[in-house]
Design a protein around this ligand. Structure first.
Ligand code: F3S
Length: 388
């Protein structure tokens, strides 16, 4: 890989051992994936934040990296952690978990990472421009950045995103390059898509079938930002899709000469819904995967006016959205109904299975995919109207 003088100096330790280590990570990845150079990144979004996912080994690594002097130079933001940093006791998070979680947060803070703790940084004012290079790690945010915003990022790991933040660069391979942003799977949708759960079911189905191909959807007449985030999140969870196009809606549309073709019917989506539904008696309704927008908070508030029927309700969002005055009325209504609007965390990265919860309802294709394995949950998957 060709390095600039500055990059070579970083690799040789001119900015200290932690930056040299971060540069070694980037150069090694670049060599593995055939990158010819590094590109500057305007931001990094860092996953690997919940103690549930990184454990003691992760905590030890982050603390040690900080001790070595690791500090970010690019604007860097955190993915959700394992608890609401202010309301974790109310959530029922075990004290031992909370202690470790707070140490992880402190380690990131010491490195200069902003404690956004959200998977929707683009709803918190972090909106890269079309063509801008970033190093984001959370798969749904990666999908949104590439597909809806037209920015450029590979699906980074927590470590490679942190290394990019420390060096301000990432290897130029994969989705950073024009030639790799071409769809080779045209997906014709012949099913009504009425809400985020329908887009989630579609995403689960296509993500499973896409393999390494970039899907390009036709026959989707309308899709708002919330539906697109649901679609992308589900495809990234059931498969590894990091970029997709929707004809007439997303900013890019580039097709391979002879793309494969897939038709999705209502029966396909029904099969997904049946497979994801493993309980009809949820104890918890968990919404906000990816983290809720203001519009989604309002839609939930509308549906809980008459109470929750004895179920617990978590609505996950970012502290930025929760602090938006436009969200205040909806949040007050959800809390008045007995729900909890939680920030910094979600149903998947919180230690839900250690909190006496075994059956969860969600409208998210991504959460419904992960909860059985990562949270040991039986799942009810459906639209807001069905689960509230
Ligand atoms: Fe976000 Fe958690 Fe879903 S990190 S995308 S709410 S699994």
């Amino acid at each position: 890989m060709q390095l600039t003088d500055d990059e070579r100096a970083m690799l040789d330790g001119a900015r200290g051992p932690a930056t040299a280590k971060a540069m070694r990570i980037l150069v090694t990845l670049g060599d593995i994936f055939g990158a010819e150079r590094l590109v500057p990144v305007s931001s990094a979004q860092i996953s690997g934040v919940s103690y549930k996912t990184v454990g003691d080994a992760g905590l030890e690594f982050l603390t040690g990296f900080g001790d070595e002097g690791a500090r970010v130079v690019a604007p860097a933001f955190l993915n959700p952690c394992g608890m609401d940093l202010q309301r974790w006791r109310e959530m029922g998070v075990p004290e031992t978990f909370a202690d470790k979680q707070l140490c992880i947060i402190a380690a990131y803070e010491r490195m200069g990472v902003a404690l956004t703790a959200t998977c929707t940084p683009y709803l918190a004012g972090i909106v890269p421009a079309p063509g801008e290079h970033v190093a984001w790690a959370e798969s749904s945010a990666v999908s949104y950045a590439n597909s809806v915003l037209g920015a450029r990022t590979n699906r980074e790991s927590g470590i490679s995103a942190l290394a990019a933040a420390i060096c301000g660069r990432t290897p130029a391979w994969g989705l950073h390059l024009d030639e790799n942003r071409t769809a080779s799977l045209v997906v014709e949708v012949r099913a009504p898509l009425l809400d985020a759960a329908d887009f989630g079911a579609l995403g689960v189905h296509v993500g499973r079938l896409a393999g390494g191909r970039i899907p390009a959807f036709t026959s989707i007449p309308a899709a708002g930002a919330d539906q697109l985030k649901a679609l992308g999140a589900a495809m990234a969870a059931s498969g590894s899709v990091a970029l997709y196009f929707v004809e007439g809606i997303t900013p890019e549309w580039r097709l391979a000469a002879e793309p494969d073709r897939l038709v999705v019917n209502e029966a396909d989506l029904d099969a997904v819904r049946r497979a994801l539904n493993t309980t009809d008696a949820p104890e918890l309704v968990a919404l906000g995967c990816p983290h809720c927008s203001v519009d989604e908070l309002r839609a939930i508030a509308d549906r809980v006016q008459h109470g929750l029927g004895g179920r617990r309700l978590w609505v996950c969002t970012s502290r930025a959205v929760a602090g938006d005055p436009a969200a205040a009325e909806a949040i007050a209504a959800i809390e008045a109904a007995g729900g909890h609007v939680l920030c910094d965390t979600c149903m998947v990265v919180a230690p839900i299975e250690e909190m006496g919860i075994a059956r969860t309802a969600t409208n998210s294709g991504k959460a419904a995919t992960y909860l059985p394995t990562l949270g040991r949950q039986a799942v009810m998957f459906g639209s807001l109207d069905e689960i509230l």
